[in-house]
Design a protein around this ligand. Structure first.
Ligand code: 5RP
Length: 293
């Protein structure tokens, strides 16, 4: 209990030292609420400014896809190498040990599956995201889908309202339909639409031509998905090029959990993302760690 007598006099005001006004390390978020910045600083490493997010939310539309048949066996051992995990609430509750203490980007939209018409999604309840201590909520946004564009952008806007109310960042996840080309023009439009509608950060795909323009035209940080499984050397090259072009990290799934050696792969990806390791060195690291060659 506080005493009202005998207290030491306060005298260490350092009046000659001006207080830092502070600026946040991630673009577009300097004016975000303390809670948003705190959660972002758990997802992104404040030293490198980057993140390695491990995505294993694929089952919510694809079922038990290769590498995710037994997430308790394949994914849980990888979590310690990730800065953040991205998954559904079902996967989180059923297989992820809470004591691992990793920030969670919670898959926050759900609806149709690969068996029907993709992109017809509604949002998960915010109460559950709060209960699960989500570090981010991640709705899918289908820009260019004539059936579900408006609905999914509305979902994102609803998430941005939750961000403003509860301090939980929104990760806009750009879904690219089968008939759309993943070029800089499309990706630039899709990521910008997410940011303008309130996404705190955006997940999209890398493109060979003009990715730096996609990054520059998006006022909040971009992380890239890995996409379909590539040979390990190519996936490390992809991560390197994305980071060199201004992406602030990866949100990678199949290229990690479908790798010949997932622990070696995620460690090599970390070296690229956080240390700027060149892709050939990172591939050598992957080989050394996996005992290959
Ligand atoms: C699935 C997703 C995945 O999280 C995203 O595509 C990243 O995974 P991958 O690196 O395998 O592409 O949004 O719906």
């Amino acid at each position: 209990m506080a005493d009202n007598e005998g207290n030491l006099e306060a005298k260490n005001f350092s009046a000659d030292v001006s207080a830092e006004s502070g600026s946040f390390f991630l673009k577009g978020n300097s004016h975000a609420d303390w809670g948003v910045q705190n959660r972002l600083a758990r997802i992104f490493n404040p030293k490198s400014g980057n993140t390695v997010m491990l995505a294993f939310d694929h089952g919510y539309i694809m079922g038990p896809t290769s590498g995710l048949e037994r997430m308790d066996l394949s994914i849980v051992p990888l979590i310690k190498y990730a800065d953040c995990i991205m998954c559904s609430r079902g996967a989180l509750r059923s297989v992820v040990p809470p004591e691992m203490g990793k920030p969670v980007a919670l898959r926050f939209s759900a609806g149709s599956t690969v068996l029907t018409e993709l992109n017809n999604e509604c949002l998960v309840g915010i109460d559950d995201a709060i209960k699960l201590d989500a570090a981010a909520i991640a709705p899918m946004v289908a820009v260019g889908d004539s059936n579900f564009e408006a609905k999914t952008v509305q979902n994102l806007a609803q998430c941005a309202d939750y961000t403003a109310r509860y301090g939980i960042p929104t990760l806009g996840v750009t879904a690219v339909g089968k008939n759309l080309v993943r070029d800089a023009r499309y990706l630039g439009l899709a990521t910008r639409v997410c940011a303008e509608n309130g996404a705190t950060f955006v997940k999209t795909y890398y493109c060979e031509e003009g990715f730096e323009k996609v990054v520059a035209g998006c006022p909040v940080p971009i992380v890239i998905a890995g996409g379909k499984k590539l040979p390990e050397a190519d996936a490390l090259n992809l991560a390197y090029k994305a980071i060199s072009s201004g992406a602030r990290g990866v949100d990678m799934g199949r290229n990690i959990f479908q790798s010949e050696n997932p622990p070696a792969m995620i460690r090599a990806v970390r070296a690229v993302v956080h240390e700027g390791m060149k892709p050939n060195e990172a591939y050598q690291m992957y080989c050394d760690l996996s005992g290959a060659r």
